[in-house]
Write a protein that binds this ligand. Structure first.
Ligand code: ADP
Ligand code: MG
Length: 707
């Protein structure tokens, strides 16, 4: 049987066809289909060629009918004996049936609502059928397939859908996986030659990587010798090549970013100043060893006449904010402004309140800027009256002009990305940038993923923290939950109750925070119950938070707005309602709000049955550990890397084939090669094709190559 795509059939090739030709001009597509394909993000020929199957079926071995086994997907070649169109009396559905045979037995096949198939299946026609084998209940022990894929033998000597390892594509309404397969066969047969290798030859040689056109062909229509398991788990030579490409382009971009920044002139701050010492002495605690080490790393960066690009990485509650604040003081004492950008309004407000309090005695001018602030703060920033500016991404709006920005701190990096970083950089003259993240990822991964950053890790929690006891509860155990809450309140502690949504949503049937607060007021008439959520007016929200902090509120009902940055050491219990609906990282972040005051603390996860296996794994992981790194690993295992890193959000190119965990070796190789190449040839002038692909991959999100 021939798999001969290499016998390129150029009959459909028109000289003007390029990789960028719109798919509607490709044979078998047309205007209507091209609309459908656009839903799959396929717009031009190149998109089609790079639209890879999500799995493969081995239909290589043709079995005799008496060798077919029930319940398996099997492929057989046989001859049509008879055909029939049956109309079901009730639903008036048309079923097209054939009976086929080889020397060993009979096989029935039926297709629903496709009477036109009668055109293809004539008596005596040789046919290959591939599908799940079922017993035919109406014909004794007979065999049957429903909607099998088929190929007529002899009509055209091409075996697209059977008798090979067959690619299975994700389809969409209006086009079937099989139709895509046919289209793809044409595209690959006719246009494979348009694919050009853009990775430097030496690199390919060094790592024994296959040619790109071969890899693309192999992804769609694998050679006979291909291993179907390797194809399905993404470890085939074709996958390896394509994964390498993705990583290489990612790392090239990061290398260029880093290089570009290193070449820029930055600010050299003096760090031997008294403001910092004064501040550190005013703290009611000593810095941990890890904090000291990280602070020293930052100080060294601040002194250097190059822009700092550092990531502080550390679990919730390890004390990143204090470190950030110290760096801000350095900038301020050197006569520069310094800003802190947080991912949510509430968090910005909290930072503002906390920092304001911490530096009150230092007499510094500090402002808050969110999308709801008007006039004054913006002027204070541009006139230089504000020395420390706390805000949300409102800080990177067009109209916000800094007088003299020297240091920008970005909190919770996972909510921002490369692009925001670039935007904030433009607000000053190459200010130093410090990013704080609590998303714990393994160091090698952090290095490769945030490859343009230097990394500092705070791997120690302040002493006196007690481990948090986490336990799952069902709604039927409400009494137990309330007795635990009462116990804490009696001890003088405070409590968080977290709900997933703020209004009752019919669709999701979630308990709302608003109703929850009502109910709690009835259950705890003698306690003060507060409510915060994202849709409240800022002043109201701030007032509630301040009351909670000062102990005027005992029970704070909240949505996930409290996920990050809120710091109320007296709160020792958190109840998360509908915990099964939250992601693992989110649960961990939420839990990080308690256990900050040296009291025994409790995190109660109330889960409503029935929930998925995945949800169960998440809740079990929460019960098992409060170590952020272990949580992250589990999260990664449950969700898969694409989702985990949210590349779309972060502004780095998507990884379609590559898997950061599975392909970590490729990632490291690609990183080394990319950084070496940029070192040797930052302009990539000898590699125009590579440059073009790089620009495309980063979709103009960065001005990577200036020349
Ligand atoms: P992160 O931002 O890393 O989650 P924070 O900076 O908000 O953590 O710190 C959490 C709490 O721990 C704050 O109340 C902070 O004042 C306190 N803290 C920070 N460093 C120390 C330390 N070395 N010893 C004791 N408490 C500390
Ligand atoms: Mg924080």
């Amino acid at each position: 049987m021939s798999n001969n795509i290499s016998n390129i059939n150029k009959s459909n090739y028109t000289p003007q066809t390029t990789k960028d030709t719109h798919i509607q001009y490709i044979k078998g597509v047309g205007p209507a289909r091209s609309k459908i394909l656009e839903r799959l993000d396929i717009k031009v020929l190149n998109d089609l060629l790079f639209y890879f199957p999500w799995r493969y079926e081995d239909r290589k071995s043709l079995k005799k009918i008496n060798e077919l086994s029930y319940g398996h997907i099997e492929t057989t070649m046989c001859e049509v004996l008879s055909t029939e169109i049956v109309t079901t009396p009730r639903k008036r559905m048309k079923i097209f049936e054939i009976t086929a045979s080889d020397k060993t037995g009979f096989l029935k096949s039926k297709w629903f609502n496709q009477p036109y198939l009668a055109r293809y299946f004539k008596k005596g026609q040789k046919v290959i059928l591939s599908g799940a084998v079922k017993g035919n209940p109406y014909a004794g022990a007979g065999l049957e397939m429903e909607n099998p894929d088929f190929e007529l033998v002899g009509e055209e000597d091409r075996f697209i859908h059977t008798s090979r390892i067959v690619p299975v594509y994700k389809a969409t309404e209006g086009i079937s996986p099989k139709q895509i397969r046919t289209l793809m066969f044409n595209a690959v047969s006719n246009y494979l030659f348009l694919i050009e290798d853009y990775i430097p030859e030496e690199v390919l040689k060094r790592h024994a990587l296959k040619p790109l056109d071969w890899a693309v062909k192999e992804m769609h229509f694998p050679e006979e010798v291909a291993d179907v398991n390797m194809l399905n788990n993404g470890s085939s030579p074709a996958h390896r090549r394509l994964a390498f490409d993705e990583f290489f382009l990612l790392e090239l971009g990061l290398a260029l970013l880093k290089k570009g920044e290193v070449l820029e002139q930055g600010i050299s701050f003096k760090t031997d100043n008294c403001l910092v010492n004064k501040f550190l002495n005013s703290l009611p605690f000593q810095l941990t060893k890890a904090q000291h080490r990280v602070l020293a790393e930052i100080m060294a960066d601040l002194q250097r006449p190059l822009p700092m690009n550092r990531l502080i990485h550390g679990d919730v509650g390890c004390g990143k904010t204090v470190i950030a604040l110290v760096s801000m003081l350095v900038a301020v004492e050197n006569g520069y402004q310094s800003c802190l950008m947080a991912p949510t309004e509430l968090l910005a407000e909290q930072h503002f309140i906390n920092i304001h309090k911490m530096i009150e005695t230092l007499g510094l001018r500090i402002v808050l800027l969110t999308s709801s602030s008007k006039g004054k703060p913006v002027d204070d920033i541009s006139e230089g009256n504000a020395q420390i500016i706390i805000g949300t991404h409102a800080l990177i709006q067009e109209q916000v002009k800094f007088k003299k920005l020297g240091l920008a701190i970005i909190d919770e990096q996972h909510k921002f990305g490369v692009v925001q970083r670039a935007n904030i950089r433009r607000k000053g003259f190459n200010p130093d940038i410090l990013i704080m993240t609590a998303t714990p990822i393994p160091r090698t991964l952090a290095l490769t993923l945030y490859g343009d950053l230097d990394i500092s890790i705070i791997d120690e929690l302040p002493s006196g923290r007690k481990p948090i006891i986490t336990k799952m509860f069902f709604p039927a155990q409400k009494d137990r939950i309330h007795s635990l809450i009462k116990e804490e309140l009696t001890k003088g502690r405070q409590v968080y109750i977290v709900y997933p949504l703020i209004e009752e949503s019919e669709k999701l049937d979630l308990k709302s925070a608003i109703d929850g607060a009502e109910a709690l007021r009835k259950i705890y008439p003698e306690r003060r119950v507060g409510l915060v959520h994202g849709k409240m007016h800022r002043n109201d929200r701030e007032a509630v938070m301040t009351q909670f902090k000062s102990g005027e509120i005992d029970i704070l009902v909240a949505t996930t707005v409290i996920e990050v940055g809120i710091d109320v050491p007296n709160a020792s219990l958190m109840l998360i309602v509908h915990a099964e609906r939250f992601g693992l990282a989110q649960l961990h972040q939420l839990r990080g709000r308690i256990g900050r005051g040296g009291y025994d603390s409790y995190c109660l996860l109330m889960a409503y049955p029935t929930f998925s296996e995945e949800a169960k794994r998440r809740l079990k992981a929460m019960e098992a550990t409060s170590d952020g790194f272990r949580i992250a690993e589990e999260d990664l295992a449950i969700r898969g890397p694409g989702d985990f890193f949210g590349t779309r959000q972060s502004g780095i190119p998507d990884l379609k084939i590559a898997n950061i965990i599975r392909d970590i070796k490729e990632l490291e190789t690609a990183r080394k090669e990319a950084f070496d190449l940029i070192e040797a040839e930052p302009g990539l002038n000898r590699y125009p094709l590579l440059k073009e692909n790089l620009q495309k991959k980063w979709r103009g999100r960065l001005e990577l190559i200036k020349s």
